[in-house]
Design a protein around this ligand. Structure first.
Ligand code: CDP
Ligand code: CDP
Length: 205
């Protein structure tokens, strides 16, 4: 039986952390859909056409190299406005969402476009400043040469591009539960998400 948890929200809100925690807690599979756009974005850095890159994307590419750089995040948000790029990635996400045993997908349009029938929808937010600081700490910890100002500008720019594009803009689904993690620890945010999933999925342990 399938069971889909859709987790959307802006950059560094804590979507991935919550998704991994929910997946571990319930034994669900997890797909970070941002990696799809990042992998397409990475391919365009050498001039490859984004639509061709999206149509030729393989699951293996999502595991190759570090896709979580600031340069690739920018490239991802630029290819993500192209309707044909988004269209090329839909089937892979929908098949993943409906796999047996449950799935958590995190991104920007999971609850609105990819899985409007998801059993659980969560929209995770936090203030822009808190998100930029989290991402700055993450990138610095792995040795990236970035400043706070640069990361804040990247987050702001991507937020605007993601929210204002005409195809599948980032927004909470009408039936999504909103979770502001600005003042929450990872543990507290995860506990709220787990409680929500439990309330919709009473048969799980
Ligand atoms: O997936 P998304 O870009 O939304 O964010 P993430 O990669 O899950 O989280 C970004 C950073 O914020 C990670 O280093 C988390 O440990 C940290 N964080 C969090 O996710 N949630 C909190 N309540 C507090 C911190
Ligand atoms: O981790 P963070 O939230 O910073 O970014 P991400 O989730 O890896 O997504 C990178 C970029 O891909 C976003 O800025 C969006 O432009 C795009 N994206 C999208 O349009 N739709 C999705 N379902 C996931 C990501």
């Amino acid at each position: 039986m399938s069971f889909t948890v859709a987790i959307d929200g802006p950059a560094a809100a804590g979507k991935g952390t919550i998704s991994k925690g929910v997946a571990a807690q319930f034994g669900f599979a997890h797909l970070d859909t941002g990696l799809l756009y990042r992998a397409v974005g990475r391919r365009t850095l050498d001039g490859t056409d984004p639509v061709e890159a999206a149509q030729a994307l393989t699951a293996e590419e999502l595991q190759q190299g570090d896709l979580r750089t600031a340069e690739i995040a920018q490239a991802a948000s630029k290819v993500a406005v192209v309707p044909e790029v988004r269209a090329a990635l839909v089937d892979f996400q929908r098949v993943f969402a409906r796999r047996a045993g449950g799935a958590v997908l995190d991104g920007r349009d999971i609850g609105t476009v990819i899985c409007p029938e998801a059993e659980v929808k969560l929209f995770v937010t936090a203030s822009t400043e808190v998100r930029a600081e989290r991402r700055f700490l993450e990138l610095s910890a792995k040795g990236a040469n970035v400043t706070r100002e640069f990361v804040l500008a990247d987050v702001r720019e991507r937020d605007v591009r993601d929210a204002e594009r005409s195809t599948a803009p980032m927004k909470p689904a009408a039936d999504a539960v909103l979770l502001d993690t600005s003042d929450l620890s990872v543990e507290a945010a995860l506990a709220q998400a787990v409680a929500l999933v439990e309330s919709k999925c009473p048969a799980t342990p």
